[in-house]
Design a protein around this ligand. Structure first.
Ligand SMILES: [Zn+2]
Length: 452
């Protein structure tokens, strides 16, 4: 490994100093690109303005010599004519014989919500930061990756392999029409792609190797409908659900909190298994046809019935030391126990979504190259983390069968999805430098060895 580092430093040499200077001079450009991207409100759901954002990116990269493809996820969940799921993939071919580095960013953002002191889609610059929805998660990272690749090309540095940049949709809602759709079509597999960097906002000196697993399941308890004034004539599905939730809280959750992982999940509170009840729906569906005095939808008076159905969506996050089958079996065992012990208890259960934990090996070239670049640009060692939640890496690993994938990008993760989200301008510049050095060393490898 020492030899590898030495040779990559030699390759770095003068050219890389000039590359870093060039990126430093692009401070205003990376800010402007971040602003342009943020000002397109790609809110998901419902998936607004995806095409405008994809085209902004595609047209820019096409002018710089990239071959650009727009790929609509026809037939994928969420795709419809009013809100087409349009992804963009841009590829710049270097000399033959090298490997391809792909920067993948999602272009969708979550709704702004309330509590902002600035226009969420205004992209205002204040105190060395760009403010707005998606600055941190993750249009800032996208801008940094674009600037990184453009700087390499402007320097005229010869490299073998290819640079790819994609802007993909729907990451915030599972990524099935985005990276999931592209992965099924070979966009995230060898031999097309060898290394993937996802510029999610993990922090400018941190490399995210993977994520915990997830199982989303819906549990329904069943009851018998009756008049609400005579509940003894029915059987309340809500009461049955309450018994189940009681077990989750008193038995399962304490057990999960004792299951520790050795993976470096951040924040450390997530280095255990967890369970959240994402939602609960019991009894009648509220009708919202009437309006109150302020013209807001309000519930009409419900009718008195005993609930015959109650549904809970469970969000179970599991650690590398567990497996999906056991995670589900543990829940089913609790439901079966209730069926035995609680009169009238009956249930249904269905899978909504699952992904197993992933972790890219710490000695994978994409990890080593990024760590070297962090040390060079920031003068400190990289730290390695794992994410409590999943992101598009799950599709790249499962469907693309590529485990050479990391998340690395500017921004503070805690600011994602918050009001007054921002990204630091220095971080945009630093991470662009780091991405450029990493990409150059991963693409050039073999060719530079021959030249040297
Ligand atoms: Zn994100």
């Amino acid at each position: 490994m020492l030899r590898q580092m030495a040779s990559s430093h030699k390759l770095a040499g003068m050219n890389n100093d000039s590359l870093l200077k060039r990126i430093e001079a692009k401070r205003d450009e990376v800010v402007a690109l971040t602003q342009d991207l943020v000002r397109i409100p790609t809110t998901n759901p419902p998936g607004d303005a995806y095409e405008a954002c994809a085209r902004l990116l595609g047209e820019r990269l096409q002018k710089r010599g990239f071959a650009v493809e727009y790929i609509r996820a026809e037939g994928a969940p969420g795709d419809r004519d009013s809100h087409p799921r349009i992804n963009v993939v841009a590829r710049y071919e270097g000399q033959p014989g090298g490997e391809c580095v792909h920067f993948n960013s999602h272009i969708d953002v979550v709704e702004p919500g309330s509590g902002w002191t600035t226009d969420p889609f205004g992209a205002e610059v204040r105190n060395g930061r760009v403010y707005g929805r998606g600055t941190c998660d993750m249009k800032g990272g996208l801008a940094s990756s674009v600037i990184a690749c453009e700087a390499i090309l402007e320097e005229g540095l010869p490299f073998a392999g290819a640079l790819e940049i994609s802007g993909t949709v729907d990451e915030e809602s599972g990524g099935f029409a985005g990276v999931g759709y592209l992965a099924e079509r070979g966009y995230f597999s060898r031999p097309r792609v060898h290394h993937v960097i996802i510029p999610e906002p993990l922090g400018v000196d941190r490399i995210c190797l993977g994520h915990r697993g997830v199982w989303w399941g819906e549990v329904e308890t069943l009851g018998r409908i009756a008049h609400g004034s005579m509940p003894f004539l029915g059987d309340s599905a809500i009461n049955h659900m309450s018994a189940f939730i009681h077990l989750l809280e008193t038995q399962l959750q304490p057990r999960l909190s004792q299951r520790h992982t050795t993976e470096p999940v951040e924040p450390p509170g997530a280095r255990v298994s967890t369970l959240n009840i994402n939602s609960l729906h019991g009894g009648q569906v509220e009708q919202l046809f009437s309006l109150d005095a302020l013209n807001r939808p309000t519930g009409d008076l419900p009718s008195p019935v005993v609930a015959h159905s109650c549904r809970a969506v469970l969000d179970r996050r599991f650690i590398a030391e567990e497996n999906l089958e056991d995670v589900k079996a543990e829940i089913v065992a609790m439901l079966e126990e209730l069926k035995r012990s609680r009169p009238g208890f009956d249930y249904g259960i269905r899978d909504i979504m699952s992904f197993v934990p992933t972790a890219t090996p710490q000695d994978a070239p994409v990890v080593l190259a990024t760590a070297r670049a962090i040390a060079r640009v920031l003068g400190r060692e990289a730290s390695y983390i794992s994410s409590p939640g999943t992101y598009d890496q799950k599709h790249i690993v499962r469907t693309g069968k590529l485990d050479a994938c990391i998340a690395y990008g500017p921004g503070i993760l805690d600011l994602a999805h918050q009001p007054d989200e921002y990204v630091g301008i220095q971080e945009l510049v630093d991470s662009a430098k780091i991405m450029a050095l990493a990409a150059l060393s991963l693409t050039s490898g073999s060719q530079v060895a021959r030249v040297g």
